[in-house]
Design a protein around this ligand. Structure first.
Ligand code: ADP
Ligand code: MG
Length: 256
């Protein structure tokens, strides 16, 4: 892989749920070290696109490349599935997802939550994983919560734990699906700060967000999705400062 090979490249992706066509031919590239934000109205297909990118969801047409390596498929159309389970696992573990609802395991402590996948999915040694997990929890500012249960934490702390959990997989890219949408405004900011730190470190990220200020601050590239198609895209200055499409202008004025 050359240095310019994108971590994720999606070409002409089509995805339907039964007769409902949700993605109608979408191209997205996340170059290494770049932050790409996806914005758009509810129902425009943002979450579906993220889930297709890390193969949590099947798609019917188009290509998905991970570091230049195309996903291999068998079958076509609604019968299309990834052909190689090992490739799926490799891609999925390298594209760690952070969800709106945190999805921490309630019966595990915060430290156990962060350690679980590196231990069981990657089979890494326990002492090494514990050291890394404590390091990532420290990085997101909650290392004092190692032994707490998820329910004992605020929403902002739980989301920071979920980010530490994603980081502990040492993924090639992080995928965020509305990471601050479930949080009260004052808790939102502590998560925004962590995401900004990660962007400054040069992490590759694909972020679905309703927070236009976050998208404007951290993104190299912003994509506006409308009914399953890219309506407009570009650097944040252009997308937010000089939107060309009427729909994007309408969307932006409705979010303020
Ligand atoms: P967004 O994240 O932009 O709000 P989604 O990707 O969640 O949009 O949804 C896009 C469209 O796909 C919506 O019409 C939604 O109702 C539909 N959809 C999402 N998930 C499913 C599913 N599992 N089964 C059927 N339809 C779905
Ligand atoms: Mg969504």
């Amino acid at each position: 892989m050359s240095d310019t090979t994108p971590v994720i490249e999606i070409r002409n992706l089509h995805k339907s749920y039964g007769a409902l066509e949700v993605l109608k031919g979408v191209d997205i590239t996340a170059p290494a070290g770049h932050v790409v934000s996806l914005i758009g109205s509810s129902g425009s297909g943002k979450s579906t696109l993220l889930r297709c990118a890390n193969l949590l969801e099947d798609s019917q047409q188009g290509e998905i490349l991970f570091r230049g390596e195309p996903v291999r498929w068998k079958g076509t159309g609604h019968g299309r599935r990834p052909a190689d389970a090992k490739q799926v696992l490799r891609i999925r573990t390298n594209l760690s997802m952070v969800f709106q609802q945190f999805n921490l395991w309630a019966h595990m402590t915060i430290l156990q939550n962060v350690m679980e996948a590196p231990l069981t999915v990657l089979g890494r040694p326990r002492d090494e994983v514990e050291k890394a997990a404590r390091g990532y929890l420290d990085k997101v500012g909650i290392v004092d919560k190692c032994d707490a249960w998820p329910a004992q934490l605020s929403g902002g702390q739980q989301q920071r734990a979920a980010i530490a959990r994603a980081l502990c997989m040492e993924p090639q890219a992080l995928l965020f699906d509305e990471p601050t949408s479930a949080l009260d405004p004052e808790l939102e900011q502590e998560v925004v700060r962590v995401i900004k730190d990660l962007a400054n470190e040069g992490r590759t990220m694909l972020i679905v967000t309703h927070d236009m200020k976050l998208a404007a601050d951290v993104s190299d590239h912003v994509v506006f999705l409308h009914q399953g198609l890219i309506e407009e895209q570009g650097p944040p200055d252009a997308v937010f400062g000089a939107p060309r499409s009427e729909r994007l202008r309408g969307f932006l004025s409705a979010t303020h």
